[in-house]
Design a protein around this ligand. Sequence first.
Ligand code: HEC
Ligand code: HEC
Ligand code: HEC
Ligand code: HEC
Ligand code: HEC
Length: 344
Amino acid sequence: MRESLKILAIVLAAALAGSCADTLDLDALTKPRYETGRQHGAQLCASCHEEIYKQWSQRSRHSQATKSASFRRAVEDLQGNVLLAGLVKESMCYSCHGSKTRDQGVNCETCHGRPLAGVPIETTHERKYTPRLATMRKPNFCAKCHEVKAPITGDSFMSLHSEWKQSEAAARGLTCQRCHMAKRADDTHAYHGFDTAVRDISIYRGDLRISNIVVDPPGMRLTLENRVKGHSVPASGPTRVLALEVALNSGDGEVLHREHRTFSKRFSMLPVIGGVPLWLTDNSQLASGEKRRLRFAFPEYEFARSEKLIIILRMYEVADQHQGDVGKAHWKSKPIVRRVIKTK
Ligand code: HEC
Ligand code: HEC
Ligand code: HEC
Ligand code: HEC
Ligand code: HEC
């Protein structure tokens, strides 16, 4: 009942969108998070900042934010949907994903600002870039794009900044930048690779753990712990899913039984307006510092035939319409944790 009322409210709100965009807070979403206008492009900065340019262009998803196949597809879906296109403008997407004309995703100018016109670049450094660094080192700066509420319902879509504010990291003054941009061994400047866990599991440095494994025929218990001090895992919205795979294997390696437990946010999407996430229906993310006890009950017959239990923890990236379904993932990480336990 509550669900259908909510749908009605949303349909009404959508119908009114043209006349009162304010109540939908779509205006706030369209407002560019950075300085817009004609950009020079990252090549200008690359001529002097080669190392940073390499990290940004070769490792950071920021450089792919307008180019990735999934973003392109999402924008096409948006344009192709009559109702949705009237409600949500493409410019809203670019307000966080970077300059449309440059197609370099979130680039140097997106974050640092455009060079001042008609003066040597050194003057821009002195008058603009250096003074701005102090604000850029604060987590509020990342929050502009990484903290976002779903349109209409206002449910939290990405809540990295609010989670961080309540975390142990914040209490200790450990910012987003300190964890994500810390200089590595040979770096001369703040690291601009913004590694992603899906592609590079070294970001965890042992922060995701499985412990207290107890085999209790025909089942098993274990503890999954998130020791990432800054925010929940998986971070962000519904496209990233952490999954624990458990498989019963026979002595000769045949898989007798396999199941997944997934940890992610799930949103309800209103079909008429396409894949726009509207309200949070479930959140099984592991909060910072959380230890979650999990129980598994296996089919008795398969358990009796099994010799070992293989436990694998991975991060997956799935498209919006397949939320939580790791079988439809377009990316999966290498195992973050892999354990083999004898059942006999
Ligand atoms: C002609 C060479 C040159 C170009 C082009 C250039 N920079 Fe720099 N930049 C420097 C030098 C030199 C420094 C000071 C030494 C260092 O930090 O590497 C610097 C420092 C900086 C700093 C740090 C300032 C500080 O106070 O620590 C930022 C931020 C920066 N540049 C951004 C940019 C951006 C963004 C672009 C492109 C729009 C750019 N630079 C283009 C030469 C250049
Ligand atoms: C102008 C908006 C913007 C700002 C400012 C910004 N980001 Fe991002 N960030 C994005 C977008 C958009 C993506 C997703 C790119 C993609 O996957 O296509 C992203 C991706 C990332 C990723 C990789 C996640 C993934 O999907 O693989 C990390 C980590 C990250 N950002 C951290 C930060 C941190 C830390 C800051 C602050 C220093 C920051 N970002 C500032 C827009 C921004
Ligand atoms: C408030 C800022 C913001 C707005 C507005 C926004 N995005 Fe994003 N988007 C992000 C961030 C940040 C990420 C990366 C999330 C992460 O990985 O943690 C992202 C990730 C994505 C991804 C997955 C990245 C990939 O390449 O696989 C797609 C697709 C996407 N956005 C499409 C869109 C579309 C289409 C719109 C417009 C309807 C839009 N976004 C509007 C901030 C935004
Ligand atoms: C997602 C936003 C973002 C993008 C994109 C980005 N930067 Fe930065 N940059 C920052 C932040 C935040 C800092 C401050 C980091 C710190 O000191 O912790 C910074 C610092 C710097 C510094 C000073 C480094 C130091 O150690 O003092 C330079 C130079 C710089 N950026 C150049 C660039 C260049 C060149 C590009 C493009 C190739 C670029 N940045 C792209 C956010 C960004
Ligand atoms: C104590 C260190 C720490 C702090 C502080 C921190 N993070 Fe993270 N972050 C991590 C680790 C470790 C991961 C990998 C786990 C995951 O993907 O959920 C991660 C993942 C992410 C991701 C997803 C990347 C991916 O591919 O999974 C984004 C986006 C991100 N952080 C942004 C932020 C922002 C924005 C802030 C500040 C509001 C922040 N982080 C603060 C350590 C930190």
